[in-house]
Design a binder for this molecule. Structure first.
Ligand code: PEP
Ligand code: MG
Length: 589
């Protein structure tokens, strides 16, 4: 973190989604702070009011202690400010005077706190001492925290936010992020979150800039502060100086020009310079994204993540509700294909009604197909809806998180049951659709040759393949720098999967975020992959690169790359070999 003399603060985080935005901060965790009213209290209600205030302080203090406890070593420079806040919670000035004001003036705790914190603020501002003046912010932040507990402000609904702002949150779940109203929210930043987490995937698909894993954004930023979010380099700037603002306004204009440029050509086919045709498809979470996918030039929907429908509801959807959504989607895409992936919940996509048991390692727990095999009624309901929708268009069925041969055999038994039920119910359906599995667990890549005997296609999910092969939690910012798509181990697992698919003559797609980053494309095309599914917004830039590639060159280079044993060497090699065709990387680094 960097603080300039004028008070401009720069914090480095993790790029959640590219792009730049400039706007006012809106702190999600502290909303409601300004909606206090004055009302009188009398008799024994005075003591109750004091107790309510004390409880709000205790809760704020406990929450704060937890933040301090979870502070990374590299953020230890923030410890001072956090510890100052800790002391301020029970400082006589704020704490003692608020209690006195409640009992002397017989007014509610919110009003008393507001009155006292204003007085203290004015008093500090009048002292001719920069250090003490700077403490004003600390007082505001501490009293805001107490106030939000008093007014019970935690339950703010993102979908209700009605201002052109940049959201600042401790954490946003993928479900929260998916509620963002595009015409209102310019971008968002969070304290938590890591690379290729589902939150960042949702942000990319929304096409708004975001920076995750900032550690202390919610401590540093106040409502209405001016922020610059540079999602491409993972930087947040708080209260920028005029020069910085100017520089970023210019950069924003150039980024938008560049984006418009590549989007203009996004309908041209993805054919390499030497005439090899590749297929670029879209990953989507919501049916509404089909329009964007087509606009960006996607040929098909290569991955429809179905869990968001489940997460938005407070119960499991019915077969007819699912059918209605799937049918709408396939009809919109027809005659092109839609790959529907069955439920992949738990991991980082949880909803309390879906799971009642807490797991120490949810990503290694009852996630995706494991949950579905344990909850066969839920699985059968979804499978039936998929087979029924297949009567209206071109569907492929994809099963996530397969880790061994037994699992796919069990899945096929459940599929048979679903088909039998549909027959008995005399419903219209189409069971002759391709069946595929995600290759996203290292054991599946190693066993790919055997798994290929049971399915029609593979789809490599690099987000999880990297997470599981390198033991890097996708959501954990502390290990995000270790998450490497171009790690030689990851490349070998991809090559193994490719070789198995080729030998067994089944189709192969890659649908992880790795496919959407142009720097990886020369290696993937060099290995032999021809089908990629990605965030719709990444299609134009990947397409532009493909049109500049020569497959003979990438194949020759991949032989050299596969002999390298360090990620950095691989990365440097690609940057050197393809520097003329790789896209815009406009950062200070
Ligand atoms: C993946 O793991 O690469 C993938 C595409 O699935 P998800 O990101 O939904 O886990
Ligand atoms: Mg996955």
């Amino acid at each position: 973190m960097n603080i300039s003399k004028s008070g401009e603060i720069t914090i480095k985080g993790i790029s959640g989604s590219p792009g730049i935005c400039i706007g006012k901060a809106y702190i999600v965790d502290r909303e409601g702070v300004n909606i206090t009213k004055r009302y009188p209290v009398s008799g024994d209600r005075v003591q109750k009011e004091i107790d309510r205030f004390k409880q709000a302080v205790s809760k704020a203090k406990n929450d704060h202690a937890q933040i301090i406890e979870s502070l990374d070593e590299d953020l230890i420079e923030n410890l001072n400010i956090l510890e100052t806040h800790m002391v301020l919670f029970k400082d006589k000035m704020l704490y003692g005077r608020t209690i006195d004001t409640i009992s002397n003036e017989k007014i509610n705790a919110e009003w008393a706190l507001r009155k006292v914190s204003r007085k203290v603020k004015i008093m500090f501002q009048q002292i001719d001492d920069q250090y003490l003046q700077d403490r004003v912010n600390d007082i505001v932040q501490v009293s805001d925290k107490i106030m939000s507990n008093l007014v019970g402000a935690q339950d703010i609904k993102i979908s209700d936010i009605n201002k052109r702002v940049i959201l600042v949150a401790h954490d946003l779940s993928p479900a929260d992020a998916s509620q963002i109203q595009l015409e209102r929210i310019k971008g968002f930043v969070t304290d938590r979150g890591g690379k290729d987490s589902h939150t960042s995937i949702v942000a990319k698909s929304l096409k708004i800039p975001s920076v995750l894993g900032l550690g202390t954004a919610t401590v540093r930023v106040k409502n209405n502060d001016i922020l610059i979010v540079d999602g491409s380099s993972g930087t947040l700037i708080i209260n920028p100086e005029e020069d910085t603002l100017f520089k970023y306004e210019d950069r924003l204009a150039r980024f938008e020009e560049y984006r418009a440029d590549i989007e203009r050509d996004s309908h041209l086919p993805a054919v390499t310079k030497d005439g090899v045709s590749l297929n670029l498809m879209a990953n989507i979470e919501l049916v509404e994204e089909v329009v964007a996918a087509k606009d960006y030039g996607a040929t098909d929907i290569g991955l429809f993540r179905t869990e968001f429908l489940y997460l938005d509801l407070k119960r499991f959807p019915t077969e007819d509700e699912l059918l209605c959504k799937y049918k709408e989607l396939v009809e919109l895409m027809s005659p092109q294909s839609v790959t529907i992936r069955t439920l992949d919940i738990n991991g980082d996509k949880v909803n309390p009604y879906l799971t009642t048991i807490e797991e120490a390692n949810p990503s290694l727990g009852m996630r995706a197909v494991r949950f579905c095999l344990e909850n066969q009624d839920v699985f059968i309901t979804q499978l039936k809806a998929i087979f029924r929708a297949a009567a209206f268009g071109n569907i492929k069925l994809l099963i996530p998180m397969i880790s061994c041969v037994e699992e796919i055999i069990q899945v096929k038994q459940v599929i048979d049951k679903a088909i039998l039920e549909l027959e008995q119910e005399d419903k219209i359906f189409n069971k002759d659709i391709p069946l595929g599995i995600m290759i996203e667990v290292p054991s599946a890549a190693i066993l790919a040759e055997h798994l290929a005997d049971h399915v029609d296609f593979f789809s490599i999910g690099t987000n999880d393949l990297i997470q599981y092969s390198m033991a890097i939690d996708r959501r954990n910012r502390r290990v995000a720098h270790l998450y490497q798509a171009l790690n030689p181990a990851v490349l070998r697992l991809i090559k193994m999967t490719y070789d198995a698919a080729k030998k067994k003559k089944i189709d192969l797609v890659m649908c992880g975020e790795m496919a959407g980053d142009p720097v990886n494309i020369p290696v993937l095309v060099g290995i032999g992959l021809t089908e990629f599914s990605m965030n719709p917004a990444s299609i134009p830039v990947v397409k532009k690169l493909i049109r500049d590639l020569d497959t003979k060159k990438v194949k020759k280079n991949v032989n050299k790359i596969m002999k390298l044993n360090r990620t950095q060497e691989i990365y440097d090699f690609i940057l050197k070999e393809y520097k003329d065709v790789l896209p815009f990387r406009d950062t200070d680094e």
